[in-house]
Ligand binder design. Structure first.
Ligand SMILES: [Zn+2]
Length: 307
């Protein structure tokens, strides 16, 4: 009698590790076509939902707005594609030389190993970098292009200046080495990151209680939309990418009612600064502008277009 549950347990564990094995194998050799499909499929999926049940009924031309963001998404893809071999090389170098936190840790069950690895990649390669981008002026001047969007939706997720894509890539590579992540984990991380980022930028609203509950584990739309509010202190909160634990742990978590959110950034809010590709490409090479704060509330584009 007593042996049965034990056998069942071991059989289940074996089944779990087999499933995990096939997941690992999949991400180890994930074809570029699947990665592209995930990106395009995610945008399409959230685009359809936000068209049907939007959080804000923006008075904007959804396609025209998307074209600008798709341009910056393409430059992000080009940068990452061109340098992908560096990432692959860094990961295999770390693993084969037994370098990085995961390789120094005692042997863990595969599930724990995966979750800890993803959490650490998210902390070093996303949360920390994002925080640095908000604190270091020359980096902020690149990153603020992401924040100029006054109509945040799913296409905003990959709206990054190509310069930002380059230095973000450098940090991602460093994170992979510090964590000592195998390539399947890096690919798994990036796949989850792409879809989650499209999800938490999307112009959608989950039922409030569900959003609150989920925000204990992952970065939800409500949580990330606060980061896109146009003034401090909100802009400097909710840096998280996949997991919300880092904001909660480091005291950068904040809440703001969606009705009170105004998208954009107080320092760059003229029409060309948020919608003209050429102007935006040049922003990082212009003067740094100090935050001006709430006194611009009346004049923000979103408010203007609503009045
Ligand atoms: Zn930001």
């Amino acid at each position: 009698m007593g042996a049965c549950p034990a056998i069942a347990f071991f059989a289940q564990t074996r089944k779990d590790s087999l499933t995990m094995d096939s997941i690992i194998q999949y991400f180890e050799t994930i074809p570029s076509s699947h990665r592209s499909l995930l990106l395009a499929g995610g945008i399409t999926f959230f685009w359809l939902i936000e068209s049907a049940v939007p959080l804000f009924r923006f008075s904007y031309h959804k396609w025209k707005h998307a074209l600008v963001n798709i341009f910056f998404t393409l430059t992000t893809i080009i940068v990452n594609f061109a340098m992908a071999f560096i990432l692959v090389g860094a990961s295999s170098w770390a693993v084969s030389n037994h370098i990085g936190l995961l390789n120094w840790a005692p042997e863990l069950p595969i599930m724990a190993y995966t979750i800890i690895g993803l959490l650490l990649l998210d902390l070093i390669g996303a949360y920390f970098i994002h925080w640095v981008e908000h604190k270091v002026r020359w980096m902020w001047k690149f990153h603020l292009i992401h924040h100029t969007d006054v109509h945040v939706d799913t296409t905003t997720a990959n709206r990054h200046h190509p310069g930002e894509s380059v230095f973000r890539f450098v940090f991602t590579t460093a994170a992979v080495v510090i964590v000592g992540a195998p390539i399947w984990m890096v690919m798994m991380y990036q796949a989850i990151s792409v879809v989650l980022s499209q999800f938490n930028h999307a112009n959608i609203q989950l039922p409030k209680r569900l959003d609150d509950l989920l925000s204990w584990v992952i970065v939800t739309p409500n949580m990330h939309h606060v980061h896109h509010h146009f003034v401090l202190p909100y802009t400097d909160t909710n840096y998280g990418n996949i997991f919300s634990v880092w904001d909660r742990l480091f005291g950068t978590f904040s809440k703001l009612d969606p009705e009170k959110i105004t998208y954009g950034i107080d320092t760059h809010h003229s029409i060309p600064e948020y919608s003209h590709i050429g102007t935006m490409l040049k922003i990082p090479f212009g003067e740094y502008r100090a935050p001006v704060g709430a006194k611009f509330r009346e004049g923000t584009p979103e408010q203007a277009s609503q009045s």
